[in-house]
Design a protein around this ligand. Structure first.
Ligand code: CP
Ligand code: NVA
Length: 300
């Protein structure tokens, strides 16, 4: 039987994704009530991380601890991957010993190559193209605070990056209206005309009447050399109180973190009552536990 993988949000059917979010909320409540639930005893999750991480690594490691399993953190610097062993060979070997693998790397195609030879489920822990695990936490957070996101307006303001692409996929899977504001010549690679998504260069147009405003860093991992130039190009797209003021009165603000205060978002917004970034970060744990259960526990 083919493995269930989670490489983009489109890999899980709409109905299952919605159930996964509801299950994440249940698992969070179970954790808060100190209910011990260990469906992954004797299972091992490998984490192959070619880029830095705080939230993704910690949430997967703690999630596996809660579930009674183990993790194995593998940096390419310390494995033969860093010395040129082909990714397909690595996939065959590691998947013969562990039960699930999370990969964080630059090139999305490398994750697809890995999947083609893996005999166990593979989770995308972020590529240059998409960051689907983050969207599980974001959708869960919206659901907890304002209920179903279907039919609501989401504004993405900032870079046309992996998070922006993930919101494009999420708009299809969770049925919300998406307006994207990016600088001229920054078009998200997954954006297509005539799919109902609005693409503008004016953050006030994107933010108008929005129920959720989201941004992310202006220079992603791997773009450190462009950081100074990008600060100038992206300055008009900073999420500040003026932008928040044209949104719906119950608008919430999200950011996958880490944030650069004073760049893509002001401290006033990040620390405001509308900001739900800490709840969003914590929800990485609960949402990914629901994902692991979906991928690894039979009959779920
Ligand atoms: N949001 C997110 O993925 O954070 P990390 O890079 O710290 O994992
Ligand atoms: N767009 C950012 C997200 C970090 C979680 C990056 O890729 O670096």
């Amino acid at each position: 039987m083919k493995n269930k993988n989670f490489i983009t949000l489109l890999d899980i059917q709409k109905k299952d994704l919605n159930n996964l979010i509801l299950r994440a909320i249940e698992l969070k409540k179970m954790t808060q009530d100190n209910i011990v639930y260990t469906p992954l005893q004797n299972k091992t999750l490998a984490l192959i991380f070619d880029k830095s991480s705080t939230r993704t690594r910690v949430s997967f490691e703690v999630g596996m601890t809660h579930f009674g399993g183990n993790t194995l953190f593998l940096s390419p610097r310390d494995t033969q991957l860093g010395r040129g062993e082909p990714i397909e060979d690595t996939a065959k070997v590691i998947s013969s010993m562990v039960d699930c693998i999370v990969i964080r790397t630059h090139d999305h195609d490398n994750v697809l190559k890995f999947c083609s030879k893996s005999t166990v489920p593979v989770i995308n822990g972020l590529t240059d193209l998409v960051h689907p695990c983050q969207l599980l936490a974001d959708m869960m957070t919206f659901m907890e605070i304002n209920g179903d996101i279907a039919g609501k307006k989401v504004a993405w303001i900032g870079d046309a990056n992996n998070m922006c692409n993930s919101y494009i996929n999420a708009s299809k899977q969770f049925d919300f209206h998406l307006s994207i504001a990016t600088p001229k010549n920054y078009t998200p690679s997954l954006f297509k005309e005539n799919e109902g998504i609005i693409l503008t260069h004016d953050p006030l147009i994107a933010a108008k009447d929005a129920d959720l405003i989201v941004t992310d860093v202006w220079a992603s991992m791997g773009q450190e050399d462009e950081e100074e130039e990008r600060k100038k190009i992206f300055k008009p797209l900073q999420v500040n109180e003026k932008i928040m003021s044209v949104a719906n009165k119950n608008v919430i603000f999200m950011h996958c973190l880490p944030a650069h205060r004073g760049e893509e978002v002001t401290s006033e917004v990040l620390d405001s009552k509308s900001s739900v970034v800490w709840q969003e970060a914590e929800n990485r744990l609960h949402a990914q536990k629901a994902l692991l259960e979906y991928l690894l526990v039979k009959n779920i």
